[in-house]
Design a protein around this ligand. Structure first.
Ligand code: AMP
Length: 183
C-alpha cells in the first residue's frame, strides 16, 4: 500500500497549557510509529514545531510547505524529508491538502481556523471527501463545535455539515480514528 499522509494544521504558538504541546508530540510520534508521512506548514515554532520534531525524532517522513515570506518568521524547518517553498498562503494550503489523505486540526489560532474552514467548506461543496479530525485537547475546540452547531440550528448550514468532520478528545483517540479510517 502507498504511504498515507497526514496533514496537521496547528498553532504557530504553544498555547497556555502544556497539554497542547504534549498532544502535538504524541501525534508526531504516532505518525512515525504508523509509518505515515507528516504533511505540515514547515515551521519550527509553537506546536507545529513540536509535532515535527517528535515525528522526525521517531523516524517519520515529513513534507513541509511554507511560503517564502514566512521562512524567517516561522523558522522554516530545514531537516524535513521534503521542503516546498510556495509563493503565497493559498498555494501553501493547496499543496498541503493535495498531498494528504487525512486532515488533523490540533489547537491553534486564526491560521488553523482558516485552514480548517477551507477544508470544511471544500468538503461542503463536494470538492473532496478526505476525513477531517478536530482534536479537542482539553476541550479547546468546544467553542468552535458549539458555533458550528449554532450555525446549523439557525439555518445557515444543513445538519450534514456536522458530519463532514469528526471530533476526538485525545491524541490516542485520534490515532485510533486515523487507523480505522485509513485502514
Ligand atoms: P495559527 O493557528 O494562527 O498559529 O497559524 C497556524 C499556521 O497557519 C501558521 O503556519 C500560519 O502561517 C498559517 N496561516 C495563517 N493564516 C493563514 C492563511 N490565511 N492561509 C494559510 N495559512 C495561514
Amino acid at each position: 500500500m502507498t504511504m498515507r499522509s497526514i496533514c496537521v494544521f496547528c498553532g504557530a504558538k504553544s498555547g497556555s497549557r502544556p497539554e497542547y504541546a504534549a498532544a502535538a508530540r504524541e501525534v508526531g510520534t504516532a505518525i512515525a510509529a504508523n509509518r505515515w508521512r507528516l504533511v505540515y506548514g514547515a515551521g519550527d515554532v509553537g506546536i507545529m514545531g513540536e509535532v515535527a520534531r517528535a515525528a522526525i525524532a521517531a523516524g517519520a517522513r515529513t513534507l513541509g510547505i511554507i511560503p517564502a515570506h514566512l521562512l524567517d518568521r516561522e523558522q522554516g524547518k530545514r531537516d524535513l524529508t521534503t521542503l516546498i517553498v510556495t509563493e503565497d498562503m493559498h498555494e501553501r494550503k493547496k499543496v498541503m491538502f493535495m498531498n494528504s489523505d487525512a486532515i488533523v486540526v490540533l489547537p491553534g489560532g486564526a491560521g488553523s481556523l482558516d485552514e480548517f474552514f477551507e477544508v470544511l467548506t471544500w468538503a461542503q461543496i463536494g470538492l473532496h471527501g478526505k476525513p477531517i479530525f478536530l482534536v479537542d485537547i482539553e476541550g479547546y475546540w468546544r467553542p468552535l463545535t458549539d458555533l458550528l452547531a449554532h450555525i446549523v440550528r439557525e439555518g445557515f448550514a444543513d445538519a450534514s455539515m456536522l458530519s463532514l468532520y469528526s471530533t476526538v478528545s485525545t491524541s490516542a483517540d485520534l490515532i485510533d480514528a486515523l487507523k480505522e479510517t485509513l485502514g
